[in-house]
Design a protein around this ligand. Structure first.
Ligand code: SF4
Length: 555
């Protein structure tokens, strides 16, 4: 167990007296329910370094929790605390009849602390979400009720059990709900001013079969979508609540069903025009977007401005090994250019540590990211999340290590890699430091903005002058005066105003990139230090037992 994990039991520990669940009385018809979203540790997409320059407190809201909130009986009294924005006090916990938590694997440290506090203060807890779905046994030891799977279709039954005092310890929902019946998320529970971006979801599931991916094991390979009217209704709700900043369509693959995505974008384009483009959109998609030019054009007309693509590796052998066949059909580099030229600014994810990777992979990754001009290139090591095909393969090969407690894409892999750990982690460290060297980052950003062909249909958000003034002053002081990369900063500012003053959408994206350096440069340096420490620690401690052996030995 790491020092981050106070309160969360290890997957190997046996249940003890302390873990014994309490018998709970009925909640009654009008309970006070507190929805809690634990904090994430600093991460690539957390933009912590950039948020310090802005008035907001977090990048994205807890969409899953506000969707569950919409499923709760209307008579329940709900309150939401996103711990990135508000502290969770003992009084908050004590005044609730039920604390409802959702979390991802990355939030496990804070989640453990929240659940332990609730137990110590005698408040009942229920947890769902992606982490509960992949490791329910761990959570059953510290939460009162655990829900595995997507609860949209059966939450009414769980709520009735809670109200009447019949709630089970574990609910396992196997069927994949029809998301076209999902209610409108309770955006009204959020403090909108705390977020830099809002989120909505159009589809769940992805048709592909990448070996390391738990999206397909949790949500399935048949994408399920909302109707265009339903999603546009959600955007319209945000518009009427006064939201004017970007909106993230959180789908893991927005074009998993590309025909449905096209239908949505056609209606979205009309909606954007009708309301004078209230906000820009961004999402994640597979690389085959480059082959659907009609969809790409329509996304641009619907005011999508950027897209995240899972590229993973320039190595064909590694892509084949991980069954990412969609990235092998055409030259990836050409596909990226088609998308940039077609109107979307591209961000991407990269992975090192496949069995097929050799020591050349680090230089090849850096060369690819630079050539493709992808400023925000998330690079990490391969991990094998439980439930994935990769985990099952490595478990069968006796390669899973029992260190998954700390699994992030910068922590030591939870399996024995072919490349020695020191080489792999040293290579990752080099990638981060080279890609996020301030001069190289800004230079790559300039090239990316040149390749990006914007369209008159794309509009920057109209932000209040007070907001812009605060962001500008914050950036000028922290980046332009006190940072140790101020020369690169001012060079980028000069290029921005020299080249893109007439292209408002490009100028707006350039401003975000300008500020984002404050996050990425610091994040890369900190992560490089963390990597050094974890490699030293790994070298001085015995290798954790392979999980197959652990189970067989009954430890
Ligand atoms: S394309 Fe993305 S979401 Fe789909 S299976 Fe691969 S990694 Fe998962």
């Amino acid at each position: 167990m790491t020092h981050h994990d106070a309160g969360l039991p290890s997957a190997r520990r046996s249940p003890s007296e302390d873990d014994t669940p309490r018998a709970w009385p009925p909640l009654g018809p009008e309970p006070n329910v507190l929805l809690v979203w634990p904090r994430f540790p600093p991460s690539f997409w957390g933009f912590e370094g950039m948020i310090t320059l802005l008035p907001e407190k977090s990048v994205l809201p807890p969409l899953g929790l506000i969707t569950v909130a919409a499923l709760c009986p209307a008579r329940w009294r709900l309150r939401l605390i996103d711990m990135a924005c508000l502290p969770l006090t003992d009084a908050d916990i004590e005044s609730a009849d039920l604390v409802m938590v959702s979390a991802m694997q990355a939030q496990r440290a804070d989640l453990g602390a929240v659940l332990a506090r609730c137990r110590a203060l005698g408040t009942r807890t229920i947890i769902g979400g992606p982490y509960a779905s992949s490791e329910p046994d761990v959570l059953l030891r510290i939460a009162d009720h655990v829900v595995v799977g997507e609860i949209d279709g059966c939450f009414a039954e769980i709520a009735a059990d809670l109200e009447q005092g019949n709630a089970k310890r574990l609910y396992r929902v196997d069927e994949k709900p029809d998301v076209s019946a999902s209610p409108m998320p309770r955006f009204d529970l959020l403090r909108l001013q705390d977020y830099a971006s809002m989120s909505v979801q159009f589809s769940r599931g992805c048709p592909f079969q990448c070996e390391f991916c738990d999206i397909i094991t949790i949500y399935g390979r048949r994408p399920r979508t909302k109707s265009p009217a339903q999603l546009i209704g959600e955007l319209d709700r945000l518009r009427t609540l006064g939201w004017r900043k970007p909106v993230f369509i959180v789908d893991d693959n927005f074009i998993g069903n590309w025909r449905k995505a096209l239908g949505l974008c056609q209606e979205l384009a009309a909606w954007q025009e009708r309301y004078e483009y209230p906000f820009p959109l961004y999402t994640e998609a597979s690389i085959d977007l480059a082959g659907h030019t009609d969809l790409l054009d329509t996304m641009v007309k619907a005011n999508f401005t950027s897209v995240f693509i899972g590229i993973e590796s320039p190595s064909e052998a590694s892509l084949r090994e991980t069954k990412k066949y969609q990235n092998l059909r055409h030259d990836i580099f050409d596909q990226i250019r088609i998308i940039q030229r077609g109107g979307l600014w591209v961000t991407a994810g990269f992975i090192v540590g496949f069995d097929s990777d050799d020591e050349q992979i680090f230089a090849r990754q850096i060369e690819f990211v630079e050539r493709a001009a992808i400023p925000w290139a998330m690079t990490g090591v391969l991990q094998a999340p439980p439930t994935t095909a990769l985990y099952d393969r490595l478990l069968a090969e006796g390669r899973i290590r029992d260190n998954s407690d700390a699994m992030t894409n910068h922590s030591l892999p939870n399996f024995r890699t072919v490349l020695p750990t020191g080489v792999l982690m040293g290579g990752l460290r080099r990638i981060l430091l080279e890609l996020y060297d301030p001069d190289r980052f800004y230079e790559r950003a300039i090239r990316s903005l040149e390749y990006w062909q914007t369209s008159p249909a794309q509009r920057a958000p109209a932000l209040p002058w007070r907001y812009l003034l605060r962001a500008t002053l914050g950036s000028m002081w922290h980046q332009g005066v006190t940072s140790n990369y101020r020369a690169a900063y001012w060079r980028f500012v000069g290029v921005m105003f020299w080249r893109w003053t007439r292209d408002r959408v490009k100028l707006w994206e350039a401003s975000i990139i300008l500020l984002s350096a404050h996050h990425f440069v610091g994040f890369a340096r900190h992560t490089a230090l963390d990597i050094e420490r974890s490699v030293e620690l790994a070298a001085s401690t015995p290798d954790p037992m392979p999980r197959a052996w652990t189970a067989a030995s009954g430890v």
